[in-house]
Design a protein around this ligand. Structure first.
Ligand SMILES: Nc1ncnc2c1ncn2[C@@H]1O[C@H](COP(=O)(O)OP(=O)(O)OP(=O)(O)O)[C@@H](O)[C@H]1O
Ligand SMILES: O=P(O)(O)OC[C@H]1O[C@H](OP(=O)(O)OP(=O)(O)O)[C@H](O)[C@@H]1O
Ligand SMILES: O=C(O)c1cccnc1
Length: 483
């Protein structure tokens, strides 16, 4: 899915690039950081996703002749010399990022872009677009995985997704966070995600009897067939007909894989269907359920003793319906001054949570002696990196009186170099490696940070130097305001 995406940006980015170019400031060095302020779904963590798309986007970022022609028709009347420069544009900046599958938290840099103000501004919109959506879906999927850890999870959302890209990249994000397969064949081909499918009601409706429909499907797809049993009456018709088909398969030495329930009381129906299958000597036939499922319904069904082994989850996952967007932002944290030195910048807001943290920052995950994460720690790259034996003060930046000191720990750097001066230096991991990394990340946390309801708040701490710089800049700003 390599598309031409240079114009996949907001017009104001092009206009700011142009204004910088006219002003002669377009080559000033700038550092931006992308982060979010609030976790989605009331969850205690999020799962980072979107990097592969970001890498593909950055490495193929070019304005085509058609893009330039389109820009030349805009009411802004861009100077042709500016458009000429866009035609030669290549991203030459440096990007650091969290790796896909990382467990991440509010207020920490997830993607850091350093480059000319012109190029760093251009890529804001697309980076946020990819990161916000894929991280949101991976986080939703992680919540579903948490309540059905030992079961099989199928992603069924394409028909309800917000268009094609969302379906395909959403299927990938779900797989990153632990789903087992998708129904989307394109996602399967593009990313190597396992694909699975049962059949629709239309298959049964297109025959004169349910039995005939089941037998025909099983004849064509004898290995691992799953039959949808709720077209007419699940317990009186669907399950008995499926049992009859399974017996015919057995006679040929084949095993039916499962039945699918898609309506009605899924707890009751699955318990009854399980009994009927077991009594018919078919304990190996599994039960798939679908129908507007999410983590809450699945948990609830499990608490009712539902006998469901596989969950098909569509709409609620792919649209993240209880919170359909992640509010990731991209803020300027440093800019080159007239003397060529980099100057930290701050964005002040009357809402203290919206005041940005100045300066380019590294993110360290501080792992305590029991192998579990204690806090994340943000420090300037020029500060001495945290290492065991060097006492660290961990505090909550919004409530600095909540503090503790740690001395024996491991400091795990979280941001990896992805591009250096335009050159891709990061080799994209396989999806299997990303899934394994995600699981290893979850293992770093005590369960109280991971639980789905009212989780403990994990701390993202600032180094004292970062904290002091922030206070100085706030004070400077107030001082200038008063003058
Ligand atoms: N035992 C149960 N406990 C809690 N929720 C359930 C239970 N059984 C099913 N559900 C959920 O309740 C909702 C039922 O929705 P709805 O009433 O639209 O379905 P339906 O009428 O059974 O089927 P259809 O989709 O054909 O209309 C679904 O989200 C389903 O997952
Ligand atoms: O419910 P979701 O989580 O989105 O899962 C996907 C749904 O898509 C299919 O039916 P569809 O919704 O097209 O029709 P139906 O509800 O009438 O079965 C399938 O039978 C599931 O119910
Ligand atoms: O294979 C299935 O059962 C399926 C696929 C997509 C949506 N609903 C169901």
């Amino acid at each position: 899915m390599n598309q031409e995406l240079a114009l996949h940006t907001d017009k104001y980015q092009i206009n700011m690039m142009y204004a910088h170019w006219v002003n002669g400031t377009h080559k000033r060095r700038a550092v931006f950081e992308a982060y979010f302020r609030k976790l989605p779904f009331g969850n205690g963590f999020a799962v980072f996703a979107g990097l592969e798309r970001i890498v593909r986007y950055i490495s193929t970022l070019r304005f085509s002749e058609e893009d330039i022609r389109y820009l030349s028709e805009q009411e802004e009347n861009y100077d042709p010399a500016f458009l000429e420069e866009l035609l030669r544009f290549r991203f030459q900046g440096t990007i650091h990022s969290m790796q896909e599958g990382a467990v991440i938290f509010p207020e920490e840099p997830l993607v850091r872009v350093e480059g000319s103000i012109m190029e760093a501004q251009l890529v804001e919109t697309a980076i946020l677009n990819f990161m916000n959506y894929q991280t949101l879906i991976a986080t939703k999927a992680a919540r579903i995985k948490q309540v059905a850890a030992g079961d099989t999870l199928l992603e069924f959302g394409t028909r309800r997704a917000q268009e094609a890209d969302a379906a395909v990249w959403g299927a990938r994000a779900a797989y990153v966070a632990g789903f087992d397969a998708t129904s989307n064949m394109l996602a399967g081909r593009l990313f190597g995600i396992p694909t699975k499918g049962t059949h629709a009601h239309s298959w049964v409706q297109s025959f004169s009897s349910e039995q005939e429909a089941f037998d025909a499907y099983a004849r064509v797809l004898p290995d691992g067939v799953t039959l949808l049993v709720d077209t007419f009456d699940t317990l009186r018709s669907g399950v008995p007909h499926a049992i009859a088909t399974a017996k015919k398969l057995e006679a040929q030495g084949k095993r039916m894989k499962g039945i699918r329930l898609d309506s009605g009381d899924l707890a009751y129906l699955s318990i009854q269907a399980r009994k009927m299958l077991d009594e018919a000597g078919l304990p190996y036939v599994g039960i798939v359920a679908s129908n507007d499922l999410d983590e809450n319904t699945i948990m609830n069904l499990k608490s009712q003793g539902a006998r469901i082994d596989t969950w098909g989850v569509g709409t609620q996952l792919i649209t993240a319906s209880d919170q359909p967007s992640l509010g990731g932002v991209y803020k300027l944290v440093e800019i080159e001054g007239s003397d060529g030195r980099m100057v930290p910048t701050i964005k002040i807001s009357s809402n203290p949570e919206k005041v940005s943290t100045p300066g380019k920052k590294e993110v360290y995950r501080i792992i305590g002696e029991q192998g579990k994460a204690l806090a994340d720690y943000l420090a300037f790259p020029e500060e001495e990196a945290p290492r065991s034996g060097r006492k660290l003060k961990i505090f909550n930046p919004l409530h600095p009186y909540l503090r503790k000191k740690v001395e024996r720990y491991e400091a795990m750097p979280m941001l990896q170099p992805i591009f250096t001066n335009g050159l891709q230096v990061y080799e994209l991991p396989t999806l299997e490696a990303i899934r394994a990394y995600h699981r290893s990340q979850l293992d770093l946390f005590w369960p109280e940070y991971l639980r789905k309801l009212n989780p403990e708040v994990y701390r993202v701490s600032l180094s004292e130097t970062v904290w002091n710089r922030k206070q100085e800049l706030i004070a400077e700003h107030l001082h200038t305001e008063e003058e």
